[in-house]
Design a protein around this ligand. Structure first.
Ligand code: GCU
Length: 682
């Protein structure tokens, strides 16, 4: 803090290969810019800054399209004249084209978009190609985003704290107000836009009394300053709102969504918001969930609640992002209630009742961002209701940015999961991409992992999660390998040993984290409250609905239709049958769906208890191996990041040992079954 913040993947380091740099200079020394707007100006500034920094030249700017050779960046209105109709039409609303055009009188590199945003995304793509060292002489790229909404959710509070934040304080708020200087926010907007993010909600879904003021005249002028910064990078701002705001700040006796006074109140509030922020995105709402107020209090359902807000936003083109993270607290003695069922049970019956500017935001799993969960059965189950996916970039249950855990491989599994909603091929990415059902709005949201730490994310390597999230939201077909390698090259350069080591560590890290924490999809077993470190029974006798049911014979939750909670019945066939049967249920989710004896044999051939011991010993060894591999990078990367990551890995090792010993001791004492390999269990 105080010092300049880390540029992350926008380092634009000087290109050392002179031959390559010279080729780039040919294209970049003359820049023809057609058009101007806040977004196009950001695009031009970024392009000029990137070129100067990587190539050591200041491009001459021109408006004359005849200059050649040159890089031509053209706004939608002018770009149309540069390419044939087919190429132009291949581009969607936010798409762009990067093409080397050899014409009479010379060649130019065309960078065109269908919208200002498209041009901005094209600029970042071009700069990325140069950072990665790709040739530019025969480009023929057309890209369109795979998702309409590519959104970041912040869980920041006005006092500067961040719920589940592991990277310092909020970059937006300071002591009950919006920060005066917004340089940091501008850098953040650049980082997000560079990966294609186009929407952001700036406050916690748990909206306190103070935060209710964000939609009032006292704070709206400041909120509008933030919106201005994001707008220049093509990012629309959303706010989380408290459903009881009409009572809390409006002085009304009720927040009943069918009450005319309540409706009028929201309409007027919304009008005022749009007076300050004409392109305001809309509201994010956590209602009737974990103590947040909602429509159920008034005997109304979620559709009635969401539609009331949708009605207020509709005239302005705003959206309601209504979260499906809704469940009831329960008595741990009651084994028939199942939290995993809750989202589907609450929302499925409401299909078709939501207004068309409401989008349901569904967490990837049915529980809560555990290291391993099945995909929520709600995806694809509501064909007449807009849906989007919610992921957690911040590592609440996955190591809190102390432990290395690159989440892209997990997200890939989620996106590629076939729901079978409309037969084979109805993957989650196709559902939220709007290809399975014709949703008007859909996409992906991720809970941010940044704070005001100099490196943004606490653990420097956790920057890869933010980057990877944006890249996947743009193109869910990218592989985890591609994203990891791209990020490493952008962030650490091209030394082969460096690229290979960091890429591999990233790609292995999620499974390593899984191996030393809660086994076989059972989840939880974390210290209550803050959720870091092991406490096997921490939630076992609580009202949270997060149990493992371990006794001296076995462990796991029976969620089958036949003998359990019936959760498996919420999936489409053949997923339903696959999870229902012990024979076909995948090992990694076994304990999520079934209660089995410790001696049950997995498909891997090991018994459950031996699997627990093996993975926990191995997990620690693999963290030790991370440390060994990292130390071989000494001298190959800057000292500061080298030392920082090394110290994080050492912290991770202590955590992994703690998990290993607690989990192994616990299950050895419960089961009385010794480790086949006779290793030390306490
Ligand atoms: C998790 C998290 C909470 C958060 C909640 C949510 O349970 O621990 O801090 O408020 O998710 O998504 O609303």
């Amino acid at each position: 803090k105080g010092r300049e913040s880390d540029p992350c993947w926008l380092r634009y380091e000087r290109i050392e290969d002179e031959a390559l740099a010279d080729q780039y200079r040919q294209w970049c020394k003359k820049l023809v810019v057609c058009g101007s707007s806040p977004i196009l100006d950001s695009a031009r500034e970024e392009l000029v800054a990137g070129i100067s920094s990587m190539l050591g030249i200041s491009p001459t700017l021109s408006r004359d399209p005849q200059v050649s050779p040159s890089l031509v960046m053209a706004a939608p209105s002018e770009g149309r004249n540069w390419v044939d109709r087919r190429s132009w039409e291949e581009m969607g609303e936010e798409g762009y084209l990067l093409k080397t055009a050899h014409r009479e009188g010379g060649a130019s590199l065309l960078l065109l978009g269908k919208s200002d945003r498209g041009v901005l995304y094209g600029v970042f793509h071009l700069l990325r190609l140069m950072q990665i060292g790709r040739p530019l002489h025969s480009l023929e790229i057309v890209e369109n985003p795979g998702n309409r909404l590519r959104m970041i959710n912040h869980w920041d509070n006005l006092d500067g704290s961040v719920e589940r934040g592991y990277a310092g304080k909020s970059i937006f708020y300071h002591g009950g107000r919006i920060a005066r200087r917004l340089d940091r926010v501008r850098d953040y907007a650049r980082l997000l836009a560079s990966t294609g993010i186009n929407a952001i909600s700036i406050n916690n879904v748990n909206v306190g009394r103070e935060e209710c003021r964000l939609i009032t005249g006292s704070l709206l002028p400041d909120v509008a300053r933030l919106a201005d910064v994001f707008r220049a990078y093509g990012i629309r701002m959303f706010l989380s709102v408290n459903f009881a705001s009409p009572m809390w700040i409006g002085g009304l006796p009720t927040a009943d969504p069918l009450d005319p006074e309540v409706r009028r109140w929201w309409r007027e509030r919304t009008e005022e918001i749009y007076r300050h922020i004409p392109d305001f995105g809309g509201f994010v709402v956590k209602a009737d969930s974990e103590h947040q107020p909602g429509p159920l209090t008034y005997g109304r359902d979620h559709a009635e609640g969401a539609n009331m807000l949708a009605e207020a936003l509709r005239p302005h083109g705003g959206l309601v992002v209504w979260r499906c993270f809704v469940y009831n607290f329960q008595d741990w003695r009651d084994r028939s209630t199942d939290r995993a069922r809750a989202a589907y049970d609450h929302f499925k019956p409401l299909d078709g009742r939501f207004a068309d500017n409401v989008v349901l935001q569904i967490k990837n799993g049915p529980m809560d961002f555990q290291v391993r969960e099945p995909v929520s059965p709600l995806f694809g189950a509501m064909e007449r209701t807009n849906q989007m996916l919610e992921l957690q970039i911040t590592q609440e249950y996955t190591g809190q940015q102390k432990d290395l855990c690159f989440l892209v491989p997990q997200w890939k599994e989620v996106l590629d999961f076939d729901t079978h909603a409309e037969g084979k091929g109805s993957t989650v990415k196709a559902v939220v991409g709007g290809q399975v059902f014709p949703f008007r709005y859909s996409g992906i949201a991720g809970v941010s992992n940044v704070g005001d730490d100099r490196n943004w994310t606490g653990h420097t390597l956790a920057q890869a999660n933010l980057y990877g999230f944006g890249r996947l939201a743009w193109n869910p077909d990218l592989s985890a390998e591609e994203i990891a390698e791209e990020w490493v090259r952008l962030s650490f350069g091209h030394d082969p040993r460096v690229v290979q080591t960091i890429r591999d560590m990233l790609l292995e890290s999620w499974r390593v984290y899984e191996s030393y924490t809660a086994p076989l999809g059972i989840g939880w077993m974390v210290k209550p409250g803050h959720h870091y470190g092991p406490d096997v029974d921490g939630y076992e006798y609580s009202y949270w609905g997060t149990y493992h049911y371990a006794d001296h014979r076995g462990i796991g939750v029976d969620r089958t239709v036949k003998t359990g909670t019936g959760f498996t019945g919420q999936y489409f066939s053949p997923n339903r049958e696959r999870y229902e049967s012990l024979e076909t249920c995948p090992d990694e989710l076994l304990l999520f769906f079934h209660h089995v004896p410790y001696t049950h044999r997995l498909k891997s051939g090991e018994t459950v208890i031996q699997h627990i011991y093996n993975t926990h010993f191995e997990g620690v060894e693999r963290v030790e191996d991370f440390i060994r591999r990292w130390t071989r990078l000494k001298g190959k990367i800057d000292e500061e990041r080298y030392e920082h990551v090394l110290s994080k890995l050492q912290e991770q090792l202590a955590n992994a040992r703690e998990w290993r010993d607690v989990i192994n001791a616990y299950f050895f004492r419960k089961s009385g079954i010794p480790d086949e390999k006779g290793r030390k269990i306490y």
